[in-house]
Design a protein around this ligand. Structure first.
Ligand code: I3S
Length: 128
């Protein structure tokens, strides 16, 4: 089965649609700009795709489709951040380089899953 094969090669942890805004770049505050983003957690990285057409398993293969950006999760910090937005279910991801993102979903269970899965990858990287 192709999916299983690809999952194995690229260590795909999770993929799905979340609302995303970057709020800081290198420690400098940015103006919020919320947009839906196709988020893929693969290996040590969180990869963001702008294009909803990117929602096919083949599109995040290297060389295929173009990620909008990607985040190295090594040393990253995750925290719930409902104080940083009027939206519900918001968490903040901060990279070692001082880039900060807010990620959000209307679905409680979904955002908890994302939080827990990203946190487990961060924890795993600490012990490597
Ligand atoms: O934290 P803020 O500045 O109140 O965030 C809101 C603004 O960024 C707003 O944009 P403009 O100020 O450019 O109109 C966005 O439309 C809102 O979504 C932001 O607030 P929330 O609470 O949705 O994160």
């Amino acid at each position: 089965n192709t999916h299983t094969h690809i999952d194995t090669i690229y260590e795909l942890e999770k993929a799905g649609l979340l609302n995303k805004t970057k709020i800081a770049e290198g420690g400098r505050k940015l103006r919020k700009n919320w947009n839906p983003s196709w988020v893929v957690l693969v290996g040590n990285s969180l990869v963001f795709f702008k294009d909803p057409k990117s929602q096919t398993p083949s599109s995040w293969k290297p060389g295929n489709s173009c990620p909008e950006s990607s985040v190295d999760l090594r040393g990253a910090q995750l925290q719930w951040a409902n104080n940083l937005s009027s939206k519900k279910n918001v968490f903040k991801l901060r990279t070692v380089t001082g880039n900060e993102f807010l990620l959000q979903s209307e679905t409680d269970s979904l955002i908890r899953e994302w939080f827990n899965t990203i946190q487990s990858v961060i924890d795993r990287l600490v012990s490597l």
